[in-house]
Design a protein around this ligand. Structure first.
Ligand code: THU
Length: 150
């Protein structure tokens, strides 16, 4: 498990990322921060679309950003936070947000390519309620690159 200082860094980065959410339709801002093997943190926020079904989740954006830097196999942990935006567009809420099913599968690609389980830290936009999960527990019996010979 990622040490407490790193966990706190990841959650803080995810909260920072959530400030850049483009979520005018759901008004639910999500931020994600992926930790790489060398300590680098890569961030993402949800990007909604007027064609609602095309919206991108924060975790997927963060993982795609890591992949674009050639670091898909180097992800070791991810922090995720989210909450409803108020009238002024500041997000709020202390309930932990957990990755959706699609994001779990996207995370699984990185995990299997890197040959490691991922720590998944989940929190709200504010507060101390941070949950610790393993991707293997969030997505048991997964299908991944190994099934296709990678
Ligand atoms: N969302 C994420 O960014 N990540 C998740 O794991 C769950 C949902 C976003 C998608 C959409 O923009 C908003 O939250 C409400 O579903």
């Amino acid at each position: 498990m990622t040490d407490p200082e790193t966990r706190d860094r990841l959650i803080a980065a995810a909260r920072q990322a959530a400030r850049h959410a483009h979520a005018p339709y759901s008004r639910f801002a999500v931020g994600a921060a992926a930790l790489l093997t060398d300590g680098t943190i890569v961030m993402g926020a949800n990007v909604e679309n007027a064609s609602y079904g095309l919206s991108l989740c924060a975790e997927t954006v963060a993982i795609a950003t890591a992949s674009a830097a050639g670091r898909l196999a180097d992800i070791v942990a991810i922090g995720v936070v989210g909450g409803m935006m108020d009238a002024g567009s500041a997000a709020q809420g202390t309930d932990p947000v957990r990755p959706c099913g699609r994001c779990r599968q996207v995370l699984n690609e990185a995990a299997q390519l890197g040959g490691r389980d991922l720590d998944v830290w989940c929190g709200g936009i504010t507060g101390d309620r941070i949950e610790a999960h393993r991707l293997s527990a969030l997505l048991p019996h997964s299908f991944g690159p190994a099934d296709l010979g990678l």
